[in-house]
Design a protein around this ligand. Structure first.
Ligand code: ATP
Ligand code: MG
Length: 311
């Protein structure tokens, strides 16, 4: 089976766009578009410019799919751990009020609240798990954000981007955003803050319809808010290779997107996520498969990256 059939997009065009942004020297300024409408944001380019210019080397990957239970959180956990083991600096951000990513790392009562950080009332909470791996935990109060942010008059889609821009991170950090299972304002914040999109898909009958909906939202965000957003590809999760549907979905998806990996069903991985011990899981088959995906991602993310071309 050919697992990586499509050539990746390069960053060349994106790099050119980023370099053409003016330096306003206002990295901590929160730019609020004047219009309340979500999709009409005249200052979006300016916000993006401040962000891009001051955080040129950071890469933000949104792990998304509006469908629930398809392996987004497991993928965020496993990629966070395997990228960190491969020497990358990684910040995982749990943007789901269910807080599954947070509990997968055994974090229960974190100080600081992501919800308040998004409201610009507190700094973004960042827990350092080890030398390379950090976590921005979620908490139940983030659920308030889904309706509250949408009702706010302006710039509700830029809250995460702004909070990240105000956070001091090592410049080459890979930020992984675990999106909630919706296309609501929290997911839109992820897609606005991200420069890369990774779709987690569990093979099933209606997967392609779901991906079309996600793609329509992504296209809209690219057009109106975040032209830098590029699709890295799809990770097929929790796959039962004996089932016909797995191969059928694989075949259909590879016709449209790069498939970065096919992760088998693995009870050890499931247990470790539920148990809060994912960081210590080493000899599991699925973790090895995620390590291969992490290598792919490393290559895609840093190839043609400004850090590689700056002398
Ligand atoms: N490779 C795997 N092997 C075994 N179980 C898995 C695997 N990947 C995911 N799962 C299990 O599938 C279920 C859903 O996974 P996960 O929570 O990652 O999905 P999700 O898309 O983040 O869900 P939600 O949309 O609710 O946030 C969990 O019980 C998880 O442990
Ligand atoms: Mg999840």
């Amino acid at each position: 089976m050919k697992r990586f059939p499509n050539a990746p997009e390069t960053r060349t065009q994106e790099t050119e766009q980023r370099r053409s942004f003016p330096n306003n020297g206002k990295s901590r300024i929160r730019v609020i578009p004047e219009t309340p409408e979500l999709w009409k944001t005249p200052n979006a380019g300016l916000t993006r410019a401040c962000y891009a210019d001051n955080h040129r080397m950071k890469t933000v990957i949104a792990i998304a799919n509006q469908k629930g239970g398809v392996g987004k959180t497991t993928t965020a956990c496993a990629l966070g751990v395997t990228l960190a083991r491969a020497g990358e600096r990684v910040l995982m951000v749990d943007m789901d009020p269910q807080s599954n990513l947070t509990s997968s790392f055994g974090v229960r009562d974190a100080d600081g609240s992501l919800y308040r950080a998004l409201r610009d009332e507190d700094p973004l909470p960042v827990i350092r798990l080890d030398e390379h791996l950090s976590l921005t935990p979620s908490s139940a109060d983030l659920a308030k954000g889904e309706s509250e942010f949408l009702a706010e008059p302006a710039a509700s889609q830029f809250l995460l981007q702004t909070a990240l821009a105000q956070t001091s991170l090592d410049p080459d950090t890979i930020v992984l955003l675990d999106c909630p299972p919706s296309l609501g304002i929290l997911a839109i914040n992820c897609l606005t803050a991200a420069d890369r999109l990774l779709m987690a898909v569990h093979p099933g009958r209606y997967e392609l319809d779901g991906l079309k909906r996600l793609q329509a939202t992504v296209d809209r965000i690219k057009q109106k808010i975040n032209p830098d957003l590029q699709t890295l590809g799809v990770v097929l999760t929790n796959c039962d290779l004996r089932k016909k549907i797995t191969m059928l979905v694989l075949e259909r998806i590879t016709a449209v997107y790069p498939v970065l990996g096919l992760i088998g069903r693995d009870a050890q991985l499931q247990y470790a996520c539920g148990d809060g011990t994912i960081r210590f899981l080493k000899d599991s088959r699925a973790m090895q498969e995620y390590a291969n995906v992490a290598q792919e991602i490393k290559q895609l993310v840093w190839q043609n990256h400004p850090a590689q071309t700056t002398t």
